[in-house]
Design a protein around this ligand. Structure first.
Ligand code: NAD
Ligand code: ZN
Ligand code: ZN
Length: 387
């Protein structure tokens, strides 16, 4: 099987790896037709997540079932399916409670499993021609053969970023008619803003500095966009909403580029302040508001100016948050909790999340596309690979 394989920081290549095999009666084998590159892959790509050379990347996977184990009952060869990025059993304590990001039956170092992700189990990545699907009945979501609406670009979004954006606003408990600020207009932030739009938010503020991404937020999410290099984001939000917005979503995480909080842009590639998004949200959300954190706060890179480590050590304005009575939710998205409903919205013509896909490429073009996505190059929002 050809796969996108990690060699070293900023270095992936297409290599032949072992063909996946059925290892349990619950497994299926998937012929991958579409797989996307994620902001989460970049943590490993940039060499600060401890990925081992030889490891195959990819957790956003869609394709056709080619083989099923004896214990698989719901799937047959030929079925078109999309996989949640989480690998989960469906029957442990956490899965039963709907916390599919924290399955207790996956062999991983950190709680929960995923395809092609360090510490989240040794599951082969799906940026490949073929991949094994553990607990296949639970993990595969069928895509109708002839859907009334929806393109592969829409359906691949169900693997991660659409449910994750949805989860961000769910953690923030966004209600119809409420206002929300979304920090980050990467694929996840765009999907959070889009989810807020679908859920009837009255006002949506989206903060980033990549113009093409902000344009998508304006065009598809009816958002008011804020370029943090041009204007203090918190000030822009609180100017519009005296007491602050009702809800907030952090779709950036520790990789935040420092903003111009003192009025002038102090952006400098070498200066990153990992705590800043959380603190900006604490300032921008009104007292009693809620904040959903889906951006990642783990970094293994000791060379980072603000090394936050595996425990995510941060300087957070907890006193301000306490005084305002804010509430927080965070963590891996339990994709399975949302993907069926979101799929049905796509089929019904109520959601078209595929607008974030800016590029479609072959597997062979993956190294170049990784580089361009990693640069957050204007116009490169999300890359779809078609093995
Ligand atoms: P991404 O990393 O490209 O998105 C981040 C965006 O934040 C970029 O557009 C960047 O320009 C912007 N940004 C940087 N500094 C900023 C600042 N100071 N203010 C506002 N915006 C700023 O790609 P992504 O795929 O959208 O991923 C975003 C985060 O979500 C990553 O940390 C990723 O690992 C995480 N993620 C989490 C889950 C989950 O289940 N919780 C799932 C998928 C991705
Ligand atoms: Zn992803
Ligand atoms: Zn489980």
């Amino acid at each position: 099987t050809k796969a996108v394989v990690y060699n070293d920081a900023h270095d992936v290549s297409i290599e032949e790896i072992d063909d996946p095999e059925l290892t349990s009666p619950n497994d299926a084998i998937l012929e991958v037709t579409q797989t996307a590159i994620c902001g989460s892959d970049l943590h490993m790509y940039e060499g600060r997540a401890g990925a081992e050379p030889g490891m195959a990347f990819g957790h956003e996977i869609m394709g056709e079932i080619s083989e099923v184990g004896d214990g698989v009952e719901q799937l047959s060869p030929g079925d078109r399916v999309v996989l949640p990025f989480n690998v989960a059993c469906g029957y442990c304590r956490n899965c039963e409670d709907g916390h599919y990001g924290y399955c207790e039956n996956v062999e991983s170092e950190t709680p929960g499993g995923a395809y092609g992700y360090v510490k989240m189990g040794s599951y082969q990545g799906g940026q490949a021609e073929r991949v094994r699907v553990p607990y296949a009945d639970h993990n595969a979501l069928k895509i109708p053969d002839d859907p009334a609406n929806g393109t592969p670009e829409d359906f691949i979004m169900l693997a991660d970023v659409f449910p994750t954006g949805w989860h961000g606003v769910e953690l923030a408990d966004l209600q119809p008619g409420e206002s929300v600020a979304v920090f980050g207009a990467g694929p996840v932030g765009l999907m959070a803003a889009y989810s807020a739009h679908l859920r009837g938010a009255s006002e949506i503020y989206v903060v980033d500095r990549v113009k093409s991404r902000l344009e998508l937020a304006d065009e598809h999410c009816n958002a008011t966009t804020i370029n943090f290099e041009k204007r203090d984001a918190v000030e822009a939000i609180t100017d519009a909403h005296g007491g602050g917005v009702d809800k907030g979503v952090d779709a950036v995480g520790y990789q935040a580029i420092e903003d111009g909080r003192d009025g002038e842009s102090i952006y400098d590639e070498s200066r990153e302040n990992p705590s800043i998004i959380l603190n900006q949200l604490i300032d921008a959300v009104r007292p009693t508001g809620k904040i959903g954190i889906v951006g990642l706060y783990v970094s293994d890179d000791p060379d980072q100016p603000d090394h936050i480590g595996e425990q995510g050590l941060l300087r957070v304005y907890l006193g301000t948050a306490f005084e305002k009575g804010l509430r927080f939710g965070m963590g891996q998205c339990p994709v399975k909790r949302y993907n069926r409903r979101l799929r049905d919205m796509i089929v019904a013509g109520e959601a078209e999340p595929g607008f974030v896909i800016s590029h479609t490429a072959s597997l062979d073009e993956a190294p170049e596309m990784y580089e361009r996505f990693d640069e957050r190059e204007e116009g490169v929002t999300k890359v779809l690979l078609e093995p």
